[in-house]
Design a protein around this ligand. Structure first.
Ligand SMILES: Cc1ncc(C[n+]2csc(CCOP(=O)(O)OP(=O)(O)O)c2C)c(N)n1
Length: 647
């Protein structure tokens, strides 16, 4: 069979194909993704689940006039392949390559930018209502594709509620594979499982009333005599979509999401309706790739993303044999945190860990296994994670909300209004603080220092290494009030872990190395960069002071004042945006304390969104390296050591 995909340069090219050819294109898209992502790494399983859907949608619609919105966008690779980016797929998530999710800047077919979950339905309502506002009766169709995991985010429900109320003519495709990154959780997921896994409910909606009336004996005649309201509630037990129908959405489903013909039939009907319609489709995460498809929940979770070079000839690549004598790398911060949580729970039974659908991403899978009753997954519901933590804290529990820096943004008001104002004992553990790399600007954890530092009552700290992470978690659990710690993605620095953690004095920094003229004060991962810079400067004969601030709130004003008095330049280093960050806090503390202000140089991230790519490339781009810091210091104090010349 000759490849058809090579002829699909824009989505409208699909319009000329018959259904048999469309089925083939979906297969070719799948093969292209398996080959490419297996080689370069990237989001995987979800994309194999949307090959038929992307083909069916683009074969019926005319993008970008008709608008298809992919929630999160991690499952939009087939859409990217069909919308002129087939040959660039091999660059996805790489520096200067295709964006990891949908990006308005990248393509006219990417209608909304995303990366965070549960936003597509809200955008879709706005798009369609704007078309109605312009009075364009024949304006484009609007379709939001959202997974069952993303559906657990409250903002999706807010949009369903609004569109049902307005009667917005739009289509939501509920792409239900039973999985979030890990198996989906909660009552919504149980409801969807009941519907999706029960073959009798597939396409059942239409005939329910008739079938109930026809039931033999007293049941059927009793049903006939019921009033309309009771009839509806009994039908709800039988027909899967009545929950939607009660909110004024039409429900179509369950449709086989890997059957192009069935999808096209269901979608055509939904697109023709002049009202909100949900099309509930069942798909398989990792469809067409045996280890995911046949590996059960574990297989699907394992293949949510593929590592580079993990697939060869359509099958998992044999793992590389360990190099004899090779040093084992330091543990990941995430793993150290997970292990430390288990130890803390075993010391104090009031401690619990909370994740918002990031079970292994936060290391809380370790806690789940060791102490399942002290572990909670609320789904993609960061706001609820913090409200739940607040309730737990009110009843004397010690909740640790382990949420990536970027996703905690979702819960800002809960932090302000429900935790800090009430001064509750909630610990925030912010993983992935700093530039995360391939996932790019939607996922970089670079705003948390300013967005938390402005809040009264909270304490902020950041460990410079994995041992300090253990001490800080312990410190946080002993503290009375809200407290947060942030730590970066990836490996620790390789120091020994404490057998017994101790409490750190709140608001006290630590001098690590004494020198003259310049004092570098790092916060979290900024300490390591400061030490690297100090090493380079020392090679050129300039021995500088390096301190670990440990706390961004409260700032160790006494230490800062001393460093300021004894050095001509104070350099602050943080892996976060400079605006309102740690360096600003140091300046404020000195200024507000009426202390003489030294020259301050702030090193951190710029006032722009940083792109995606390997962390080392991104760090170099923004000057967050020991070498770049050392060069800036030399330039600032007019000392050319020679060690950095020409670098
Ligand atoms: C607000 C937010 N929290 C967490 C995540 C991390 N995340 C990315 S994809 C995903 C699972 C989404 O599941 P689903 O929508 O069902 O899509 P599937 O991968 O199963 O196709 C999660 C939790 C996110 N992107 N946004």
């Amino acid at each position: 069979m000759t490849a058809i995909l090579n002829r699909i340069d824009q989505p409208d090219d699909l319009h000329a194909l018959n259904e048999e050819e469309l089925v083939q294109v979906a297969q070719e898209v799948r093969a292209h993704i398996i080959d490419t992502v297996g080689e370069i790494g990237g989001h995987f399983g979800a994309n194999l689940g949307t090959c038929e859907l992307a083909v069916a949608l683009h074969s019926l619609l005319s993008s970008p006039r008709d608008k298809i919105l992919w929630d999160v966008g991690h499952q939009a690779y087939p859409h990217k392949v069909l919308t002129g980016r087939r040959d660039e797929l091999a660059t996805i998530r790489q520096y200067e390559g295709l964006a990891p999710f949908c990006s308005i800047a990248e393509s006219q077919h990417d209608i909304m930018g995303a990366g965070h979950a549960s936003t597509s339905i809200g955008y879709a309502v706005g798009l369609k209502e704007a078309m109605r506002l312009r009075g364009e009766t024949d304006a484009g169709k609007v379709v939001a594709v959202i997974g069952d995991g993303a559906m657990t985010g409250g903002v999706a429900f807010e949009a369903i509620h609004q569109a049902g109320g307005l009667g917005t003519p739009m289509v939501v495709v509920l792409n239900d594979n039973g999985m979030s990154i890990a198996p989906n959780v909660g009552a919504l997921s149980r409801y969807l499982n009941r519907v999706r896994l029960n073959p009798k409910l597939w396409h059942a909606r239409e005939g329910v009333e008739g079938r109930l009336s026809e039931l033999p004996g007293p049941v059927g005649s009793a049903f006939e005599r019921l009033g309309p309201q009771l009839k509806e509630s009994i039908k709800a037990l039988w027909a899967p979509g009545l929950w939607w129908e009660e909110l004024d959405w039409a429900y179509v489903g369950v449709v086989d999401g890997h059957d192009v013909r069935a999808l096209r039939r269901a979608l055509s009907a939904a697109l023709a309706a002049d009202r909100p319609v949900v099309v509930h489709i069942a798909t398989v995460k990792g469809k067409g790739f045996a280890p995911a498809e046949d590996g059960g929940l574990e297989g699907m979770e394992r293949w949510h993303a593929a590592k580079p070079k993990s697939i060869a000839n359509g099958a998992p690549a044999p793992s590389q044999p360990a190099v004899p004598g090779a040093k084992t790398p330091p543990p990941q911060y995430t793993t150290v945190f997970g292990d430390a949580m288990v130890a803390e729970v075993r010391r104090d039974r009031r401690v619990v860990g909370i994740t918002a659908a990031m079970n292994s991403g936060t290391g809380l899978n370790i806690l789940q296994k060791a102490e399942p009753e002290h572990y909670f997954d609320v789904g993609i519901a960061e706001q609820q994670a913090i409200l739940f933590a607040s309730g737990l804290a009110l009843e004397g529990a010690k909740p640790v909300a382990a949420i990536y820096s970027t996703f905690l943004q979702r819960a800002f008001d809960q932090i302000v209004h429900d935790v800090c104002l009430q001064r509750l004992n909630v610990v925030f553990a912010l993983d992935r603080a700093g530039l995360v790399g391939d996932d790019g600007p939607t996922h970089h954890g670079v705003f948390d220092i300013p967005y938390l530092r402005c809040l009264p009552n909270i304490v902020l700290m950041a460990p410079r290494d994995e041992a300090n992470l253990v001490h800080m978690l312990h410190t946080a659990l002993a503290f009375d009030g809200p407290i947060a710690l942030r730590y970066p993605r990836g490996e620790g620095v390789g120091v020994a872990l404490p057998t017994m953690p101790h409490e750190l004095p709140i608001g006290r920094g630590e001098v690590l190395r004494e020198g003259s003229r310049v004092a570098i004060v790092g916060y979290g991962s900024g300490v390591g960069k400061g030490l690297e810079a100090a090493d380079l400067l020392a090679e050129g004969g300039l021995e500088v002071t390096v301190a670990d601030a440990r706390f961004a709130k409260p700032i160790d004003t006494a230490l800062m004042a001393q460093l300021a008095a004894e050095h001509e330049l104070l350099v602050t280093v943080e892996e976060g945006v400079l605006a309102g960050g740690f360096g600003t806090a140091v300046w404020e503390a000195l200024n507000d304390g009426g202390l003489p202000l030294p020259r301050i140089m702030r090193v951190g991230l710029p006032d722009r969104y940083v792109t995606h790519g390997k962390p080392a490339l991104l760090h170099a781009e923004v000057g967050f390296t020991g070498r770049a810091i050392a060069q800036r210091i030399e330039a600032a104090i007019g000392a050319a050591s020679g060690a950095l010349a020409g670098a």
